[in-house]
Write a protein that binds this ligand. Structure first.
Ligand code: ZN
Ligand code: ZN
Ligand code: FE
Length: 756
């Protein structure tokens, strides 16, 4: 007779771990107990030696699907002579913490139940079990028990309670457990909040959607706006009302077969779509399509997701059409989560509202991901992923890293956990800032973190920076400013478990440089402590500052004027229509009136898009660059590229003057736009390769980290990766965290940890 005391760390609560342990102990004939503590699951088992050993092996191997084991520690102890195996009361330990499970898409068992007429949860929108359902969005504090969630106001009926108490049941200790008798309910109201009489909310909602109405649906982490994705009028109406003229919408399709009708789906993509995280996956859009072109104008990819709650499953099955499912907000505000708040904020957008009374504690947008090279890359990290921590190489101090301005996330660290927040949004209005501050407090509470250090971007105008400076001063924290592109590169290193140093290629739109200029086409020597700027794209003026970002033609004019000189006329170029403004821009640049310098790669893409008349003014971020990428259709092959020079001083400067001139010559020669676009992409990859080869010679480094929002460009990502790998470089790219500014806070935290 041997005995063992086992501690399991990771996501092991709220995911059916104790019933799993209970069953496993039964299978091996072991006696003892299991219990939750604030920081782990503890097990004491006794029995014969072989069973004990096999039990521990199976514990790791056969753990429930939603759990994530980080560590299993087993120590031998004295046998007590237990006569049974029991689940003991939870033990609360002050100061202890553990990761919290993200929300999990409806599992197959629950899905079957809601479509089975004889099941007591037939057509019940809040069906869940220990393998699926809400978690992070309903938890107010740890340990994760029903009284500490927004489910506390629903008293379980005897039948639900029986499931909850039975260790052999799939719903044993499923905190959000509910049924039509005792649980949350749906309600349908019009846009003034007046209830719509109907027997079945889902059936009525489906009729409204088929009639082309816009519905606001209270989902898992907030409201979504839904309409028929095949109805041009409905899509147009939604665009007008939401003030979103062109930015792509995501679509929800009923099941994998439906998705296959609209998009090309690889095996890895199918897996990602149907995963418990169930993100929006960017897929190659089949043409012609019943889905309106205006869902994602000019885009070759369509963001598609599968239903991930019973409500979505039921609605999609009832409508029988693919639906647009987009965030329930007005342009860049946070998504609405409360019923009355939604009606107040969205009544001008939605005609009807599907409400319910299971409150949402944390806002949680849909995540966006894609598959590159057979592996998923997360572009927007929220539902299904956050607040799952990124594991650090070493134990960290308690740090709050405040993130950047756009696509903000923050990061809190403790021990080896980096809790990267869900996507918060663009921090440019009061509402989003309030959401940010509340979410910081929630994470501090959930993970029992009291930061001693606060890290922030060097940009003085970022709201996150202002927040950091205020909070840091008030709470007397150590303050660590971090350069934007250094943070990008380190975030990529961290998720790849790389210490560095590496050559970091950070290509993005905007980041504040240590010289006060706007950086964004950067070649850095970086480790998790510091960096050296080894090279960058040549600086050009940004005529009018931020206005130039909205008006790519200004960038094109700036490039022409700065790099090619006054002698250049615009004749024969689509840009001629801006000839009057060109004169003003020339004066602006000469007199240096509101013309900050930038080395941004994003602006180079903008300039070329404008030269080609693809996009002169943008409606959403990176639109010009995205449309430039889309112009390089994949049924052409072009291996050519444009010339450029690298000036090898102490800092190497990439001079794109010849590149701009050659593009202009191609336009004048009538070379087709797709060919020019592809040649341009080839050139940018070539720039990265040539710089990397030069810098390798200087530094001896063969490891490269690619980061920054420009690498959301799939064509560039592919071309760059293959060019570098062909030359034998070891290349690290993003998978777990976004390459865009959504990943910045992770890098900031690790740099702060290593700062003196
Ligand atoms: Zn389930
Ligand atoms: Zn019930
Ligand atoms: Fe950036």
């Amino acid at each position: 007779m041997k005995a063992s005391r086992i501690t399991v760390n990771g996501i092991v609560q709220g995911v059916g771990f104790r019933p799993f342990v209970y069953r496993l102990a039964g299978e091996y004939g072991l006696k003892g107990w299991v219990r939750n503590t604030s920081g782990s699951v503890e097990i004491e088992v006794e029995g014969n030696e072989i069973s004990l050993r096999d039990f521990i092996t199976e514990l790791k191997k056969a753990a429930p699907p939603a759990s994530r084991i980080e560590k299993v520690r087993a120590v031998a102890c004295q046998p007590h002579g237990y006569v049974s195996f029991d689940i003991k009361e939870s033990e609360t330990e002050t100061g202890q913490y553990q990761p919290v499970s993200p929300d999990i898409a409806t599992c197959e068992d629950c899905r079957k139940e809601i479509f089975t007429p004889t099941d007591r949860r037939y057509r019940y929108s809040f069906t869940n079990c220990t393998n699926c359902g809400p978690r992070f969005t309903i938890i107010e504090d740890i340990p994760y028990d029903r009284p500490k969630t927004t489910m506390r106001k629903f008293k379980m009926c005897p039948q639900c309670q029986k499931e909850y108490d039975n260790p052999a049941d799939r719903r044993f200790h499923a905190q959000p457990n509910a049924c039509p008798v005792c649980g949350p309910r749906l309600e349908l109201v019009d846009n003034r909040g007046k209830p719509v009489k109907c027997n079945d909310v889902i059936k009525k909602a489906a009729i409204l959607l088929k009639n082309g109405e816009v519905l606001a649906v209270r989902g898992l982490g907030g409201f979504q706006l839904a309409c028929d994705a095949t109805n041009e009028k409905a899509v147009d109406l939604l665009r007008k009302r939401k003030h979103r003229p062109a930015k792509p919408f995501a679509v929800m399709a009923a099941n994998p077969d439906e998705v296959e009708k609209y998009c090309k789906v690889s095996l890895a993509e199918a897996e990602l779509l149907a995963s418990p995280e169930a993100p929006i996956v960017l897929l190659k859009w089949r043409q012609p399509s019943v889905i309106c072109p205006s869902v994602a104008p000019g885009n070759k990819y369509l963001g598609v997701m599968l239903p991930y709650t019973p409500l979505h499953h039921l609605l999609l099955a009832e409508v029988g059409l693919p639906l647009i499912m987009t965030s329930g907000n007005l342009s860049e505000e946070p998504i609405a989560k409360e019923n009355d708040e939604a009606i107040r904020r969205l009544h001008g957008i939605a005609d009807y509202f599907i409400l319910h009374n299971r409150d949402i504690y944390a806002r949680y947008d849909d995540s966006v991901a894609r598959v590159e090279n057979g592996t998923p890359q997360i572009i927007r990290r929220a539902r299904g992923y956050a607040p799952h921590p990124v594991m650090l190489l070493n134990k960290s101090k308690q740090i709050l890293a405040c993130g950047a301005e756009e696509k903000n996330t923050f990061c809190l660290t403790r021990e080896r956990h980096a809790f990267l927040s869900q996507h918060i949004g663009d921090l440019e209005n009061e509402e989003t800032l309030a959401h940010y501050e509340n979410t910081v407090e929630l994470y501090k509470k959930l993970f029992r973190i009291q930061p001693q250090i606060i890290a922030y971007d060097m940009h003085p105008e970022y709201l996150a920076t202002k927040y950091a400076l205020e909070t840091g001063a008030k709470q007397n924290l150590k303050m660590v400013p971090v350069q934007h592109h250094h943070a990008h590169i380190v975030s990529c290193m961290v998720e790849n478990g790389v210490k560095g140093p590496v050559l970091g290629v950070a290509f993005d739109g905007t980041g504040y440089g240590t010289d006060g200029n706007i950086w964004g086409g950067e070649f850095l020597l970086a480790d998790n402590q510091g960096f050296q700027r080894l090279g960058h794209l040549e600086n050009v003026p940004l005529p009018g500052g931020a206005v130039a970002i909205k008006k790519p033609y200004r960038m094109a004019l700036s490039y022409i004027y700065t790099l090619l000189g006054k002698r250049y006329s615009l004749e024969g170029l689509p840009l001629t229509r801006f000839v009057a403004e060109y004169e003003i821009i020339k004066k602006q640049v000469e007199k240096k009136i509101n013309t900050p310098l930038t080395s941004s790669a994003g602006r180079l893409f903008d300039a070329v898009a404008a030269l080609l008349n693809i996009r002169m003014e943008i409606d959403y971020e990176a639109q010009a660059a995205i449309e430039l990428e889309m112009a390089a259709t994949d049924d052409i092959f072009e291996s050519g590229s444009y010339p450029f020079t690298i000036a090898c001083n102490r800092v190497k400067i990439v001079k794109p003057g010849e590149l701009i001139e050659a593009v202009m010559n191609d336009i004048k020669d009538g070379i087709p736009v797709p060919v020019i676009s592809l040649k341009f992409h080839n050139t940018v990859a070539e720039i990265i390769l040539q710089m990397s080869l030069l810098l390798k010679k200087d530094t001896g480094l063969n490891q490269i980290a690619l980061s920054g929002g420009v690498f959301q460009n799939r064509l560039l990502h592919r071309l760059t990766l293959s060019a570098l790998q062909k030359e034998g470089f070891k290349v690290f790219t993003h998978h777990l965290v976004p390459c865009n500014d959504g990943g910045i806070s992770l890098g900031q935290a690790v740099i702060a940890q290593n700062s003196e």
